[in-house]
Structure formats: structure tokens, C-alpha cells
Design a binder for this molecule. Structure first.
Ligand code: ATP
Ligand code: MG
Length: 399
């Protein structure tokens, strides 16, 4: 009896001609999720993916990893029996035995058989009857309850095997990372941008990150925190997300020298976007991603966004644009970035926030405010001195 994990996907099935590319990407990502030390074959099978562990039991950690891959709607750890009723019954017996181990007293169940292989001689209702009867005889504690069962034994008769399972574990949905090109995430040490990155990944975007660091105004700890955040996000793509660390001190210093305080945030954001756009273009990355959300702070009014946006023609994705802070915090907690984000190392922006930032900056005034700054030189210098840091991926599965 083989041990397998059945992987179901949804949306990528809708993608018409792109379908094989999407499926191949998902297969590749599932393989990567398992890591090199797990022996398993990953194959496509009629609108699903089967991860086959051979005769070995699928390790719990492997199951957890498979179900966290974007594009996965649900998974079921299953036994795969050959196309023989007797062997399938024996498999079901093993499975139910495991299921009952954790319980005492009567347990209600039902069988749900599905026969897509019409060559197989028994129909679905007949299979329900045979499996139900067999299990009732094998385990006196079992009772049939089709309305409120404690568990359902699924029996799927397919082309080459009969799959048996009792669990359907939800996955994150979305699209497989890498199926929607690449995006450059402006990653601060705050709560929002990591969540924005996660949501972009969920839509299939492969991430690289850029971080603006103002040493010695901000500490090395604040930089490390951002690398660690990239590390947490890397858990969802199972490959390290590189972080382009930009020395932002010369730009910050020039801004402080030349720009009136009410306008510094806007100009700072414009500098960030100029540098980020240049680095993205250098690497053939077509879009930027930020953690902005409308109305959250002074620089996130629509007028501010317009003034900031003016410096680039690259699309800027803002996955959090319509979310409330509470919703963002909740998601940050779920995906595991929150605890890092709230560590108290100041970021370059928190440090330079003026008392009264302009909430409706007029574009002409912003242009005038930065007119004395050597913008091209500052961008060139920042791009030339960028440092690429890769987070260390979690240690691979220890088996
Ligand atoms: P976050 O929680 O992501 O820091 P925020 O609510 O603090 O967001 P801002 O500080 O206005 O908002 O930043 C808006 C966006 O600009 C951030 O979400 C992030 O994408 C980008 N950003 C801000 N500071 C930096 C930085 N030091 N390096 C890279 N990107 C930054
Ligand atoms: Mg911030």
C-alpha cells in the first residue's frame, strides 16, 4: 500500500492555454517545499497532483509544508491501493484503525465512494455498501451516520489506483509563486509591507525585496530585522527572497538640507521609488509592491500617492490598499511576521517624520521643494552601492 498526498488546486484550472505552465509550476513548487531530503515523486494526474511517498508514511512536516504552498486548495493524506476490492478494503481497515486510536466509545462514520474509472466493476453505491459493511464488521465501535458523521471515509476509484482518505486539509489557495512574473517589494520593518508581500506572492508573484537603510541613523539591528522578515516570507516560496539593501543616508541627508519639513516624507518616498524603479528595471522586474493603505498616514492620502507616483511609470501594486489596520495586523499574526515587525528598531522613516507632514502635497510644490537636490547623482550612487543580502532559509526538514 502506497502512502500519498492528494493535492487539489482550483483557480489554475481556469487558465485555459496557460494551464500546463501553471500546473508545472505548482509541481515544481511542491517539490521544492518538500526539500531534497524527502524521497517522493510528484506527478500530475487528471486535474490533481499526487505526491507519492512510496511505501513510507508521509511525514507530518511534509504534509504541513505541502498544504502551505500557494495554489493549493486542499490536500488529503491518503493510501493508494491497487485496483482490487480486497486490497482497498484492507487499506481502509488500516486507515480506520489509525483513526480510532485517538478515541474511545462509539464513533459515527460514513463512506463516500466516487468511481471515475468506469472499468471498475462496482458502482459508487455498491462501493459504499461494501466498505461500510466491511468496516462495521471489523470495528464494533463504528456506527453509520450519514447526516452527522465523526469522519467520512472517501474512496476514489481512479485509473490506476483506489485512493482512501478521511482528511481534507485546506491550503492557502491563490496561484503558484512564479506563475505571475516577479515584483520588487519595498520592505520596511513595519507591519504592513511584509503582509503586502505575502498577498502578492499569493497571486503567484515571485518576490525580491528592497530596503532603504540609513546607517548610522538606523541601527544594523533594524536591517537584520528586515532580512529576517524576508526570511519569514521565504517560507512561503521555499526559496530565499533576496533583499537589495540601499544606503539611503546620502539621500536622507540631502533631503534634510534642501526640503522644507512638511514635504520631507513626500520627497523621501519619491527618492525611494526612483531608486526602486531603477533597480527593478535593471533586473527586468516589471512592478513594484508597497504596503500602503489609503488614509493610514499622511503620505497615504490619494494626493500624496499621486505626488509620490509621479516619479515612476512602473505599476505599483498596493495589495493592502483597502484593508483596515486591524485586518492587516491579524494577517501579519497568521503569516508569522507580526512578532518581528513590532520589535522596536526605528526605521529611516519613523526617524524623520516631521511634526506636521503635508497631507495634500501639490505636485508643483513638491517639484520645487526638491529642485535643489542632486537627484540623478543620488539615485546613481544609491544604485551603485546596493548590497544584496539573502536570508537564511529555515533548516530543512529533519527526519
Ligand atoms: P510599513 O508597516 O510597511 O512600514 P507604514 O504603515 O509604516 O508601512 P509608511 O512608513 O508610510 O507606512 O511606508 C509606506 C510603504 O513604503 C511601506 O509599506 C513600504 O512598502 C515602503 N517603505 C517605507 N519605508 C521603507 C524602507 N525603509 N525600506 C523599504 N520600503 C519602505
Ligand atoms: Mg513604516
Amino acid at each position: 500500500m502506497e502512502s500519498v498526498v492528494l493535492v487539489r488546486y482550483g483557480e489554475i484550472g481556469l487558465k485555459g492555454k496557460n494551464r500546463p505552465a501553471f500546473e508545472n509550476r505548482l509541481v515544481q513548487n511542491l517539490r521544492r517545499a518538500l526539500g531534497p531530503e524527502i524521497e517522493a515523486s510528484v506527478r500530475r494526474e487528471h486535474g490533481r497532483i499526487v505526491v507519492d511517498f512510496g511505501g513510507r508514511e508521509a511525514p507530518r512536516q511534509a504534509i504541513d509544508r505541502l498544504r502551505s504552498v500557494f495554489g493549493v486548495v486542499s490536500i488529503s493524506p491518503a493510501k493508494a491501493a491497487p485496483l482490487s476490492l480486497d486490497e482497498a478494503l484492507a487499506g481502509a481497515r488500516l486507515l480506520v484503525e489509525e483513526k480510532l486510536q485517538a478515541t474511545k466509545g462509539p464513533v459515527r462514520f460514513k463512506v463516500e465512494a466516487k468511481r471515475s474509472n468506469k472499468q471498475f466493476p462496482l458502482t459508487s453505491p455498491e462501493l459504499n455498501g461494501r466498505f461500510g459493511g466491511y468496516l462495521l464488521r471489523a470495528f464494533p465501535r463504528l456506527e453509520v451516520d450519514v447526516h452527522a458523521p465523526d469522519f467520512v471515509l472517501h474512496v476514489e476509484v481512479r485509473e490506476k489506483a483506489i485512493y482512501l482518505y478521511t482528511e481534507i486539509l485546506p491550503g492557502p489557495g491563490g496561484l503558484p509563486v512564479g506563475s505571475s512574473s516577479e515584483g520588487l517589494l519595498l520592505l520596511s520593518g513595519g507591519i504592513d509591507s511584509p503582509v503586502a508581500g505575502w498577498l502578492a506572492m499569493k497571486r503567484g508573484i515571485r518576490l525580491r525585496a528592497i530596503h532603504f537603510h540609513s546607517f548610522p541613523f538606523t541601527s544594523d539591528r533594524s536591517k537584520e530585522k528586515v532580512i529576517d522578515l524576508a526570511g519569514v516570507l521565504s517560507r512561503y516560496s521555499f526559496e530565499p527572497i533576496p533583499v537589495y539593501v540601499v544606503n539611503f543616508t546620502p539621500a536622507q541627508t540631502a533631503i534634510r538640507q534642501h526640503v522644507p519639513p512638511a514635504m520631507t516624507i513626500t520627497v523621501m518616498r519619491r527618492m525611494m521609488l526612483r531608486i526602486a524603479s531603477r533597480i527593478a528595471a535593471q533586473h527586468g522586474i516589471p512592478a513594484l509592491i508597497t504596503g500602503e493603505s489609503v488614509g493610514q498616514v499622511a503620505s497615504q492620502t490619494l494626493e500624496s500617492m499621486a505626488a509620490i507616483n509621479e516619479v515612476t511609470s512602473m505599476p505599483i501594486l498596493r495589495p493592502l490598499v483597502a484593508m483596515d489596520k486591524g485586518e492587516i495586523v491579524e494577517l501579519a499574526q497568521q503569516i508569522g511576521t507580526y512578532d518581528l515587525s513590532v520589535l522596536p528598531y526605528p526605521d529611516c522613516c519613523t526617524l524623520f517624520v516631521p511634526d506636521r507632514p503635508e497631507t495634500r502635497p501639490r505636485i508643483e510644490r513638491v517639484r520645487a521643494a526638491e529642485a535643489d537636490m542632486p537627484i540623478d547623482e543620488l539615485v546613481d550612487e544609491a544604485v551603485a552601492t546596493v548590497d544584496v543580502v539573502e536570508p537564511v532559509l529555515e533548516p530543512s526538514l529533519s527526519l
